[in-house]
Design a protein around this ligand. Sequence first.
Ligand code: F6P
Length: 541
Amino acid sequence: MQAGQLDTLAREAARLIPLHLRKLLAAPQRFERFSRRAGPLLLDFSRQKLDDDALQALGDVLQQCGWQQRRDAMFRGDVLNASEQRPVLHTALRAAESRLASPAPADVNAEIAATLRRMGDLVDALERGDAGAFGIPDGITDVVNLGIGGSDLGPRLAVEALSNCHSGRFRCHFLPNVDGHEIAALMRRLDPRHTLVLLVSKSFTTQETLLNGAVLRQWIAQAYAGDEARAAAHFIAVSANVEAAAALGIPPERVLPMWDFVGGRYSVWSAVGLVLALAIGMPNFRAFLRGAALMDDHFRTADWRDNLPVLLALIGVWNRNGLGYAAHGVIPYLDGLAELPAFLQQLEMESLGKRVNAAGGDLHQATVPVVWGSVGTNAQHAFFQALHQGSDIVPLDLIGVVRPAHALKDNHDALLANLLAQGAAFALGKTPDEALAEATRGTEAERGALAAQRTFPGDRPSSTLLLDALTPESLGALIALYEHKVLVQALLWDINAFDQWGVELGKSLAKSILPALTTGQVPDAFDASTRGLIAAIRALE
Ligand code: F6P
């Protein structure tokens, strides 16, 4: 944003800061004016510290940035990822389910359709227990998804969230980390002859995934008395680096492509979602794509005032740059969405955690807040104390589901009541007088002290997102909603949201530290802490 635009936000913030959310919420038609629906999602932002004028000011900034042009350029396949010279076309992955014509290049659409067909054939064959044509042995009962970051978080979120749609044909496991405890425990539990391994890595250079792949390959080969070819039959690869996958002995019919025009954190809609398709079946996987396409269509056609991704982006910018809040909490009130905060951490922080623009120039404003969170109600009994009465304000997204997938009405009513209560408590708080009226025992000084501790400042903003029910469609729409929020914020903040250079330094240092750790030959050039820690580790080995 330009200095003048930031000044506008600062002026609006200065006007609104003295107005407590109690006051804003008491305005006529507050809910009607500050809530919107798109398909199965309802967004209530009436508990944000916004009024019509502030929202209009944010909308003006957005219009000045030309958000529609940027949006259309993405859907069309223009090179938005300038540092890697790549288009950004995750939306093409679900375009076949859209009601609108796809503006993506025809060859891209054709490749995606062909890959979806291949994926469907594979899933059908595995479901029938008849994947011999793909070289996969019969009797697969367990599927292990080997992948990290975007090759793990999206599929894991969706597999866990849609447990109600699982066909039950396969048990699905996720192994992102290189921590040997996990893989050792998994190998103790599973039967190698009945295990299928999905090696999912866009680059096919990721240390964690390749190392775990080698461990599982050896484990399976041992079960076949070292027969490497039979072990290789238990592997499917998903990668943009098809040659590297083939070099591991995985034949082309078991290598599903992904593409440079899909970023890892935007890839669940591609063959990276194979584990999801195996868990819920292809018809449900297509419904998941349909939900995302519904959000794409909404994003492409709705006016900014009614556009859910745009509104979420503006609210985020308002809280970060107008009101100055440095963190953002995501609290899903549903155990099935427990992985959502982790997924959004990667989506938002890897995309928007930048301090220079694509031309290398410094940005004029703060960018992504720290995104974190956990499931409600558990979080209420853990860190909500700080959110209610701590010295820092953390705006929240409270996410709930109206119709559960079970018949335990009392449980679900209690869950939703908590969700609604927390949003109200954060906004309204409890005044010192209200707290004093509750303090009935002790001296005046004691009552005053207790009342101070039992006062809630309130005025703490949150949005509530309600899904009609948790289905493949609504989950697809929810994820696409946040993807587009990121695009709009990237535009406002002048960021390339589709590269992630910030992860590279640690990776290359780990490569140089590994031999020092194993051999004890520690170069003097290492810093004092690294040298000291290597010595401490080796002393205990
Ligand atoms: O290190 C970050 C990252 O590159 C993410 O962007 C990506 O999702 C993850 O690693 C996994 O990468 P790959 O799919 O290439 O193994």
